[in-house]
Ligand binder design. Sequence first.
Ligand SMILES: Nc1nc2c(ncn2[C@@H]2O[C@H](COP(=O)(O)OP(=O)(O)O)[C@@H](O)[C@H]2O)c(=O)[nH]1
Ligand SMILES: [Mg+2]
Length: 277
Amino acid sequence: MTKPSLDLLLLLPAYNEEQRIEPVLRDYAEHFRQHYPGKFQMVVVLNGCVDDTLGVVDRVAKQYPEIKALNFAGAIGKGGALIEGLKLASTTELIGYIDADGATAPPAFLDLVRHCQSVDCAIGSRWLPDSILHQSQSKRRQIFSRMFHTLVQMLFRMDIKDTQCGAKVMRREAVEKIHPALRIADVAFDINLLYSLKRNGLTVLEVPTEWTDKIGSKIKLNKGSLGIILSVIRLRLFYSPFYRWLRPLRPVEAWIYKKLSAPMPLPGPSKGEKTSK
Ligand SMILES: Nc1nc2c(ncn2[C@@H]2O[C@H](COP(=O)(O)OP(=O)(O)O)[C@@H](O)[C@H]2O)c(=O)[nH]1
Ligand SMILES: [Mg+2]
């Protein structure tokens, strides 16, 4: 492993995080000032917050100029926020993201960055032998996660143990190559990202990480989980030869997302992305 000195931009998608985000911003700014020799910046990508997340971020940013906020009014979802944030890849060499609740502590993310020196993308994994998981999720949530993982493996065959860990880092060129293919706006966005990387022959390395579940989750099961399942099935169909036959069903799809109060995938197909394998 070589020394981590490439310019690094860290995105934090944030929805109603006024209670959780401040210590995370401070800890990351301090830790990376002390331990990261390259340029380090953080951009919080907020949308539709009905609390004072923006006020909190602006206040902390006055003390730490490496922090900025990017605010969107619409309900673009976590995936939509990251799609917007990843447009900043052209301004840096490495770009990554973490959850705004501090589930990934700064040393764990820095370890991921070190691993990204030799691959196109390094992702934190909670399900490798050396991973450390401080789990406090409900049994129901744990069962849903494992069932979702099985569905994703059946549909995409990526052989990735943990697609949903909120900590990922990529090289700029990799992000620029796949960005037109990113369209899933909910938390199934990670599958969209990883599958696009793999389809483009880019290397994805799973790194055992330390993860601490935090209370105050913004991801709701019930309706939300149906939206996530719909999104992964939709994504798989997008890469199948049948996709164009399904176009007449678009209004039905839009109706379902609306009923589930889930963010709609961005319109596709985009230029430069094949529609079948
Ligand atoms: N911008 C944005 N971020 C979101 C949205 N929904 C969730 N997030 C962020 O996604 C991250 C993961 O959410 P979290 O509540 O920690 O999920 P969990 O711990 O996996 O249940 C957090 O940083 C949230 O603020 C959204 O609609 N928009
Ligand atoms: Mg969380």
